[in-house]
Write a protein that binds this ligand. Structure first.
Ligand code: ZN
Length: 219
């Protein structure tokens, strides 16, 4: 995976200045845009601010093109398609469209857990769309997010039910709380574009209260 630049680029382990700001208060999604430019991932910008990293796009392209409709009955290479099977190899059994979408959705979630853990700007809705998942129910509920192992916007580590160890905590001059990272949804919700202050765990000013993201089960 080293060719993708994932190694050593976890957000929590990157060197950061003692104080910085995120984004431009005049733009609603500037927080994401600014962080994206510094996150080490090769995001390809589309017509708006939301865009998948190149790695996420390529995972989605493989998941979308693979024919999952006969997945329980045969093993084939990535990119398998029933339409190119010879009649003798084509399975008689085939999943319904709904069953096929369930398989595809599970595959999408597994890949999304890794991508979201590695990339703070990962957008699971955009990824699901790109994977060819039927997202028509998405507007009515948060069922796509519910397939991920996350809390307050933070992803559990792949293969575990634990979150990353605390290497630093963040707060701002205008906040009375401190957080595990700027990816915490509660931090983002209350962010007022004040400079971000970073502290080693245990060295936070005593007048700051821990956000719930601090108390997550960690490795
Ligand atoms: Zn938090």
């Amino acid at each position: 995976m080293s060719g993708w630049g994932l190694a050593g680029q976890r957000p929590s382990s990157r060197a950061r200045p003692d104080s910085d700001t995120i984004g431009n208060p005049e733009h609603g999604c500037s927080l994401q845009m600014a962080v994206r430019s510094a996150d080490g991932f090769n995001h390809v910008h589309s017509e708006d601010a939301m865009a998948l990293s190149r790695l996420a796009q390529e995972f989605a392209a493989e998941i979308a093109q693979h024919d999952w409709s006969d997945a329980p009955w045969r093993m084939d290479r990535a990119g398998h398609s029933r339409t190119s099977d010879s009649p003798s190899r084509r399975t008689e059994q085939v999943l319904t469209e709904e069953e096929t979408d369930r398989v595809r959705t599970n595959v999408m979630w597994v890949a999304a857990q890794v991508l979201g853990h590695a990339d703070p700007q990962f957008d699971v809705h955009e990824f699901a769309e790109a994977c060819g998942v039927n997202t028509s129910r998405a507007a009515k509920s948060s069922w796509i997010e519910n397939g991920l192992r996350t809390q307050v916007g933070l992803y559990m580590q792949p293969g575990t039910r634990k979150f990353d160890p605390l290497t630093e905590v963040v707060t701002t001059d205008t906040s009375d709380a401190y957080h595990a990272s700027t990816n915490c949804t509660l931090f983002r919700r209350g962010y007022q574009h004040a400079p971000i202050r970073r502290f080693a765990p245990g060295e936070v000013p005593a007048n700051r209260k821990p956000c719930q993201c601090i108390t997550l089960n960690r490795t």
